[in-house]
Design a protein around this ligand. Structure first.
Ligand SMILES: C[S@@+](CC[C@H](N)C(=O)[O-])C[C@H]1O[C@@H](n2cnc3c(N)ncnc32)[C@H](O)[C@@H]1O
Length: 322
């Protein structure tokens, strides 16, 4: 389910009383806040109403598209979730998406420290899903413990905490997780470095990694490589205007991890961790496997295999499963 029209309508309404040019100008500072800050010395990244609107118009379509991809992967497994905890929820992007993907969700709780995002998320979840979520304003790092919940999600939020706070917040979240915990981060080398460390911490707590890793060994990627994927999303005219963009779409890069409680998966299929390299007469896949990083080449000479390989995408398992 792409970003719902009710969201886009509400977003357009928020711009009726706003100077769009100011929002466009503030996007520059918002981007700077996200790229410049030392992780150990973070200030709030979204610092005023115009930056918040810029986030809604340009970042939420992308974070929503990524949530849709990642939660869609989780939906292929046999889970039933009746409760969701969305940590660093912002405008409720992950909750809005999760309720479409897991309509059985009865209890949705969100935590963030941004009171304006709370207003937006509450009204939006009400319009889209007729759901009255519990949205609490807290600093994630200061909450003593989170309530036990089936599905816990951090969507683009753990990376906003210092390394030490991200570790302790993740530990609290893991203790509260009854079934699955999802972490989504920007697809950048720095964000992946943090995620790689958190992955190992989760494994040390006894978590099983459902996806994307086909194993629970140490991550085989070298320090100057990073595991990331990509989704394509359409841009609205508002999105294009604020970003000064000409293309009607953008490719959003992301990294993610889904950890679960309960039995380890029994089959571990190699995953395509880079864009397939299509060459004349053959295609090359870079794979993460139980035995480390590997490359597999499918040649046109083997017609049937080559035909199947052509359908595989970056992020898929070698069999075509997500
Ligand atoms: C990049 S936004 C992500 C919002 C939303 N999850 C999404 O995917 O669009 C990061 C959010 O984390 C929140 N956040 C950052 N540090 C926090 C903290 N210490 N306590 C609570 N929320 C925090 C911010 O207020 C912001 O809403």
């Amino acid at each position: 389910m792409p970003l719902p029209n009710s969201f886009l309508k509400k977003l357009e309404e928020s711009f009726e009383t706003t100077n769009k040019l100011t929002v466009k100008n503030e996007r520059f500072y918002l981007t700077q806040n996200y790229t410049d800050q030392e992780r150990a010395n973070l200030k709030r990244r979204i610092q005023n109403t115009h930056q918040r609107l810029s986030y809604l118009a340009t970042r939420v379509p992308a974070t929503y598209a990524v949530c849709e991809d990642v939660l869609g992967r989780l939906a292929q497994y046999d889970f039933e979730f009746s409760s969701l905890l969305d940590l660093g929820a912002g405008p409720g992007t992950a909750s809005i998406c999760a309720k479409y993907i897991f309509p059985e969700l009865e209890k949705i709780a969100l935590i963030d420290q941004d009171k304006d995002f709370k207003i937006f998320a509450e009204s939006f979840l009400k319009v889209a899903h007729h759901t009255q979520p519990l949205y609490e304003l807290h600093d994630l790092t200061k909450v003593a413990k989170f309530p036990p919940t089936d599905l816990v999600v951090f969507s683009y939020s753990l990376n906003e905490l210092s390394e030490k706070d991200a570790s302790s917040t993740l530990h609290k979240a893991w203790l509260a997780t009854k079934k699955a915990l999802v972490i989504i981060e920007p697809g950048t080398p720095n964000a992946f470095k943090g995620l790689k460390k958190l992955r190992q911490e989760l494994i040390n707590y006894g978590a099983h990694i459902l996806t994307p890793c086909p194993h629970e060994n140490a991550c085989p990627l070298s320090d100057n490589d990073w595991c990331h994927f990509s989704v394509r999303l359409e841009r609205t005219s508002l999105h294009k205007y604020i970003k000064d963009a000409t293309l009607s779409y953008e490719d959003e890069k992301f990294s993610y991890l889904i950890a679960v409680k309960g039995p380890q998966k029994t089959i571990s299929l190699p995953r395509i961790i880079k864009k397939p390299r299509k060459r004349p007469g053959h295609v090359i896949f870079d794979l993460c496997t139980e035995n480390g990083l590997q490359q597999e080449t499918f040649s046109k000479k083997d017609k049937a295999l080559y035909k199947d390989a052509q359908k595989l995408k970056w992020g898929d398992c070698l069999t075509g499963e997500k």
